[in-house]
Design a protein around this ligand. Structure first.
Ligand SMILES: Nc1nc2c(ncn2[C@@H]2O[C@H](COP(=O)(O)OP(=O)(O)OP(=O)(O)O)[C@@H](O)[C@H]2O)c(=O)[nH]1
Length: 342
């Protein structure tokens, strides 16, 4: 299953600097020749693929990109300085379309791959350029040319890294809305009745991670009850499972076990996937009758997984839970050390 992150942006390359009209003024030379320099070239706009980015999140906040202009030419035939190129970093796998024509402009698949997307304008010619036998004192120069302007649509296929699992009503959709900074669109959607909830959650490092949940994991899902198979197939590609349990349930341990058994019955390594548990809705728990700490400890002993107590509604406890998730994802990126035997 694929999700698509999209962004529309405008890029504008720098205008070229204007050429100028100037004449030499030297002692004892009453009418010096033309000496107006050319304008500098405007900066161009490039895309470069960066393997550390995973989403187009930043483009939701920043829609317009402009490279530097070239500067005007100077007297004494001085050419103006060129404008600095603008390099825009995008995740590997970003496809770039012309938003107006729909034309595919490029596909950045490899790290560091670069694409020139908008060419800076040429600098205008200064009047020294127009000196000829017929015109010894040209009084004109050309303005710099405008840089290319393009409306672009960026597209990126996303992979959900964190799968939120739990019984119906555990609060999965609520949690995704509380956490997420953006909602990507779902593409190539193979099922008709099952709509996953997606959210891009911003990491402290800036870029986002996709969280996904599909409503409706129920007992018997692994055997195809309800929409179970579809659900499980979907979370198969996630790297961490966040198992959400309703703390107001009358039997939290039974709820935990129900989902655990579904994962085991489905196989394919889902039950062994790194998992963290979160007891949700603690704002609604009657602390007089329910000992949350004891419940968390009990679940921890059962699952060997870290257990957090949270409220998706009041956002209590979400930060430490996210820290744990980032920690696990980071660890998975560290290459395994190779042991050397001597
Ligand atoms: N008091 C309280 N209620 C919550 C909390 N999180 C979710 N709820 C409520 O629990 C109900 C179910 O929440 P959802 O987010 O729809 O649960 P879900 O797991 O996505 O449910 P399915 O889509 O059926 O799988 C809603 O009425 C939420 O308002 C919470 O932290 N505290």
């Amino acid at each position: 299953m694929q999700f698509i992150d999209q962004a529309k942006i405008e890029v504008e390359a720098g205008k070229g600097g204007d050429g100028i009209v100037a004449f030499r003024r030297e002692k004892y030379v009453p009418t010096g020749g033309p000496s107006g320099g050319n304008g500098g070239r405007g900066g161009s706009v490039f895309f470069v693929a960066d393997e550390n980015l995973q989403t187009l999140l930043d483009f939701r906040y920043n829609h317009r990109f402009q490279a530097e202009k070239g500067t005007r030419g100077g007297p004494n035939n001085c050419t103006g300085a060129g404008g600095k190129d603008l390099i825009i970093e995008v995740p590997c796998g970003t496809t770039i379309y012309d938003a107006e024509t729909g034309e595919l402009l490029g596909d950045l698949t490899e790290p560091k791959q670069t694409l020139l997307i908008a060419q800076g304008g040429k600098g205008g010619l200064g009047n020294q350029h127009f000196l000829s036998n017929r015109n010894r004192a040209p009084e004109y120069a050309l303005p710099g040319l405008p840089g290319e302007i393009k409306q672009l649509r960026l597209e990126l296929k996303l992979l959900a890294e964190v799968g939120i699992i739990g019984l119906p009503n555990a609060g999965k959709s609520t949690l995704i809305s509380s956490l997420s900074a953006a909602r990507p669109k779902i593409a190539d959607y193979p099922f008709t009745t099952l709509i996953p909830n997606l959210g891009v959650v911003r990491k402290p490092t800036g870029d986002g991670t996709v969280f996904a949940d599909i409503p409706g994991l129920i007992e018997g899902a692994a055997h195809g009850a309800g929409l179970g198979h579809d659900f499980l197939r979907h979370i198969e590609r996630t790297r961490v499972l966040l198992h959400l349990i309703d703390a107001t349930s009358d039997d939290v341990v039974r709820d935990y076990n129900t989902i655990k058994e579904e994962l085991q019955a489905y196989g394919r390594g889902l039950a062994e996937r790194p998992q963290i548990l979160a007891l949700n809705k603690i704002d609604a728990v009657d602390r007089e009758t329910v000992d949350l700490e004891a419940l968390a400890t009990q679940l921890n002993h059962l699952s060997y997984a870290p257990v957090f107590v949270i409220s998706a509604v009041t956002r209590t406890g979400l930060e430490p839970m996210l820290q744990e998730i980032w920690g696990i994802l980071d660890q998975m990126k560290v290459p395994q050390e190779v042991e050397v035997f001597r």
